[in-house]
Design a protein around this ligand. Sequence first.
Ligand code: ADP
Ligand code: MG
Length: 343
Amino acid sequence: MAFSWQSLLGNDIAIDLGTANTLVYVRGRGIVINEPSIVAVRKSDQEIVAYGHEAKEMQGRTPGEITTIRPLKDGVIADFELAEAMIRHFIKRVSGNHLRRPRIAVCIPSGITEVEKRAVRDSCEHAGAREVYLIDEPMAAAIGVGLPIEEPVGNMVIDIGGGTTEIAVISLSGIVNDISIRIGGDEMNEAIIQHFKRNYNLLIGENTAEHIKCTLGSAAPYTEKASLQVRGRDLVAGIPKTVEITSAEVQEALAESVNAIVDATKLCLERTPPELSSDILDRGIVLSGGGALLKGLDERLRRETSLPIIVAEDPLTCVVRGTGRVLEDLNRYQKVLSKVRRY
Ligand code: ADP
Ligand code: MG
């Protein structure tokens, strides 16, 4: 590899600290980490034995002494220590031994508290950051999508992540109004798990539910028919069992979560000042986050709002790309940085 002073000095880092996935972008190198926000912990001594993909594979399959934990469940930091360990692990993996410590921009779920923001900043500092910048998720998504957020026009984004759905209207580099609901991909998985319990007495794991959602799941009015063989454990007999499930059933199981997203979108529109509404009428709403990939969701939102609905290109990486862009031009994006008070 060619020698470069830049690599010796160390590169700045952008992180999308998502409730489902953590992505890390290194300036000059692009996205270098894209892994589930999961750690596996040994119960006896609380030692972390795996991170990311490796930990996710263990999910639901761990022997008694190991458990998998998602430190950011539900859009908040559920476990500070593990969240910090995970952040440090991912930063260490990309930073290496450089002469200069990196600047780090982190995108955080916008529902997190002041205390949680500080925890994220401190974790990055402990991991060697020279400076830390925080950005709210919908803002980072909007920048990643390439919306003209600095202009005096209404830009609307819906970011559907694992723990939350964040809906925001942005103009002149600020969030004009936003709604964050604790409904996202996890809630959809849970709805699928419940559906099997109630209708088939079948217990299925989280990863199986997610697989069903991604392959078969849809929001009405999507009508393509398909089915899938699903394995789990019979709750009565206690033995493994296979059940065939159809797309129509999954659609029904997901209806409540989808309706909640539709309702929150309408509420956000109702609260939007008329001048900005008229911009949104022309420019539409952009969907980002993994939940944007749910089949038929764009169609459903289009029907309910009569607005143009655009699914972002590569919705799972919008946020980290947006955060990376901010990092590359901090002067330009001063206004979008989320302030955290020092003690
Ligand atoms: P976060 O920002 O909270 O980490 P992401 O934006 O990474 O979340 O999105 C992760 C969520 O998207 C998960 O709940 C995942 O199941 C969901 N997801 C990914 N692909 C699809 C798909 N094809 N259909 C529906 N949901 C999906
Ligand atoms: Mg996200």
